[in-house]
Design a protein around this ligand. Structure first.
Ligand code: ASP
Length: 352
């Protein structure tokens, strides 16, 4: 009787000590869930978001996974990421925040299309309220292709999300063995598996032999240090991105304003430069209370304040290190939080 009294709690304690972390997989679609024709394994055409997460998981080595994590999974959406909307980002973020509050969830992996993975990950980076790892993974080749990259990316994502090293690193994307920060990532090639690159500094680390090796820590504020709270919202204010080019005139700006946009991110040429007629139209928009962010059409920043453009006089904010699509998310969250002062929004561009 006495032996049992001591042995049972001891065994229970050992159980907890040796239990593997639980990684929760949220599936949203994309090429990682894509399928080509059943007879052709090499053709390039396929449909994204066809295969459910249970089937995708069957491609992973069960015994290997069991060494790192217990898995739970759920299909939250089933779309190509070109069809995802800001409402979808909010659905995903709320589910992630709810799951991470649970003591028995140690990390999250989100399977996602690669086209807009940088947008969803940046949004999550700013609204997730936990230090537990959140990792997004996708694939450039559909699940039915020879040498599909999805299973390896998903396996790496699970190992990363189960690791202690990944805690507090913010939201990450793991692709082609590289770990990238959501604060600094962009898709650079439409077909190659090595498509994700940091827009500015460098990868956070890499996966090798089923272990993450971190090289740096992002100094941009994120997750638990972010001020943004989406727990009570279901939509975000409209912000458009417009793209600059030689000979551009003000018609696209006028159309955006007429559609009721609350902000415009302008992907200008060079250091976010803008042709005279467009600059005038944007400055008039700013005077009417539409927030205008000068970003750049090149991959890397910084888009600096007061280069060739007098930002203060014209009422512009600059994106600094952010791609137009990342700057748009910061602006949407700022406007959602009723932050409308240009200087304050400028600070956010630098902080996040
Ligand atoms: N169009 C696909 C998507 O973003 C491409 C991919 O996943 O690689 O959903």
């Amino acid at each position: 009787m006495k032996v049992r009294k001591f042995l049972l709690p001891l065994l229970f304690g050992f159980g907890i000590l040796f239990a593997k972390p639980t990684v929760y997989i949220l599936a949203t679609g994309g090429t990682i869930a894509g399928a080509g024709s059943s007879t052709e394994k090499t053709a390039s055409s396929y449909e994204a978001g066809k295969v459910l997460i249970q089937t995708i998981l069957q491609a992973l080595p069960k015994q290997e996974i069991a060494k790192y994590a217990k898995l739970k999974s759920e299909q939250v959406l089933q779309k190509g990421s070109q069809d995802l909307t800001p409402q979808d980002w909010i659905i995903i973020a709320k589910r992630v925040n709810d799951l991470l509050k649970q003591r028995d969830v140690d990390g999250i992996v989100i399977t996602h299309g690669t086209d807009t993975i940088e947008e969803t990950s940046m949004f999550l980076q700013l609204v997730i309220k936990s230090d537990k790892p959140v990792v997004l993974v996708g694939a450039m080749r559909p699940s039915t292709a020879i040498s599909a990259d999805g299973p390896k990316n998903l396996f790496d994502g699970i190992v990363l999300a189960s690791s202690k090293e990944a805690r507090g690193q913010g939201v990450m994307v793991v692709a082609n063995s590289n770990i990238l920060s959501a604060s600094d990532i962009t898709k650079t090639n439409p077909v190659h598996v090595d498509t994700f690159k940091p827009a500015n500094i460098g990868i956070l680390g890499y996966m090798w032999n089923n272990k993450p090796y971190f090289l740096r820590i992002s100094s941009q504020l994120h997750t638990t240090k972010s001020q943004f709270d989406i727990s009570k919202i279901s939509s975000l204010p409209r912000v458009d991105i417009l793209y600059g080019y030689a000979g551009m005139d003000e018609r696209a700006i006028e159309a955006s304003i007429a559609s009721g946009t609350k902000g415009i991110v302008f992907a200008g040429v060079g250091n976010g430069n803008i042709s005279s007629s467009v600059e005038k139209a944007l400055s008039q928009a700013s005077a009417k209370g539409i927030k205008v962010v000068r970003a750049g059409r090149m991959i890397s920043g910084p888009i600096t304040q007061w280069g060739e453009v007098n930002d203060e006089q014209l009422g512009f904010i600059t994106s600094w290190w952010h791609t137009p699509q990342a700057a748009r998310i910061i602006l949407m969250l700022a406007l959602q939080s009723k932050i409308t002062d240009n200087a304050k929004i400028q600070e956010l561009m630098l902080k996040y």
